[in-house]
Design a binder for this molecule. Structure first.
Ligand SMILES: NC(=O)c1ccc[n+]([C@@H]2O[C@H](COP(=O)([O-])OP(=O)(O)OC[C@H]3O[C@@H](n4cnc5c(N)ncnc54)[C@H](O)[C@@H]3O)[C@@H](O)[C@H]2O)c1
Length: 252
């Protein structure tokens, strides 16, 4: 890929206030894309400023992905602002507090499913509506290694991320003929605000890092590069699959 592969393209990213989404917003902008961000967290405005510092263009629309209406409006506002929508990265997500399966309460299950499953499902639906009518596009969803294998004490998150891998495949086969590719990225352990609580505890951190054959966590920029690749024309025959960037964890 050269430096301006995404010139003239518009990318919508959810969950880009921090972490992987922020790094991906900057990675797309560096290649010429205009970036629209949907997030509940106002730190998304800092991401907009970082994109601008990198010479790009971005806008933040406050959006709670648990609301299909807000996701529909996010697509509409993106198109209104930048004149189109070519690529989407549905990345917003939350973890449950580590708890054994038997002790999971309904409220915890519902909260994780609302953000990690319903939030991705309806983002994909509304992005598809626009892309089908406007010549196609690409969609990447954030799954996880927890969408391929199970992590201990993370049952709602594991359930939700397996659902993301399923909905990614379902959308990909239903809309391949519409010129739309739908894939998922499955990050392994990545240094972001989501994992900071583990990093703050050296014992926990060394245990989670020990699950990674490469012996370290990813930087968010390493996940962003996979998302950019899957969205690019270089990935023109990649469709309906989940691509791990996990330092070898699921191969272990
Ligand atoms: N960090 C890891 O080790 C890791 C590993 C595998 C998968 N993931 C996944 O990567 C994605 C990004 O996580 P991250 O690690 O960058 O953490 P993060 O906490 O920095 O990013 C999560 C983003 O989602 C946003 N968000 C949460 N709830 C939302 C809602 N209801 N509406 C809109 N936005 C909402 C947050 O504000 C934040 O910007 C998540 O889907 C996460 O599950 C992370």
């Amino acid at each position: 890929m050269n430096g301006n592969d995404f010139e003239g393209r518009v990318v919508l990213i959810t969950g880009a206030a921090t972490g992987i989404g922020r790094a991906t917003a900057i990675a797309f902008a560096r290649r010429g894309a205009k970036v629209a961000i949907g997030d509940v967290d106002d730190r998304a405005q800092e991401t907009v400023e970082l994109v601008q510092q990198a010479g790009g263009e971005a806008v933040f629309f406050k959006t709670d992905v648990t609301s299909p209406e807000q996701l529909k409006s996010l697509v509409e506002k993106t198109v209104e602002k930048f004149g189109g929508l070519h690529h989407a990265f549905n990345n917003a997500g939350v973890l449950n507090n580590p708890t054994k399966f038997v002790d999971i309460e309904e409220g915890t299950f519902d909260k994780v499913m609302a953000v990690d499953v319903k939030g991705v499902f309806f983002a994909v639906k509304h992005e598809l509506e626009y892309m089908i009518a406007n010549g196609g596009g690409t969609i990447v969803n954030t799954a996880s290694v927890a969408g391929i294998i199970a992590d201990p004490n993370m049952a709602p998150y594991v359930t939700a991320k397996h659902a993301v891998t399923g909905l990614t495949k379902a959308a990909a086969i239903d809309h391949a003929q519409d010129g739309i590719r739908v894939n998922a990225v499955a990050p392994g352990l990545t240094e972001t605000p989501m994992t900071q609580m583990w990093k703050d505890n050296p014992e926990v951190w060394s245990e989670v890092v020990s699950n990674v054959p490469m012996g370290r966590a990813a930087k968010p920029e390493e996940i962003a590069e996979v998302v950019v690749f899957l969205s690019s024309d270089a990935a023109s025959f990649c469709n309906g699959y989940v691509y791990a960037a996990d330092g070898g964890q699921v191969a272990h």
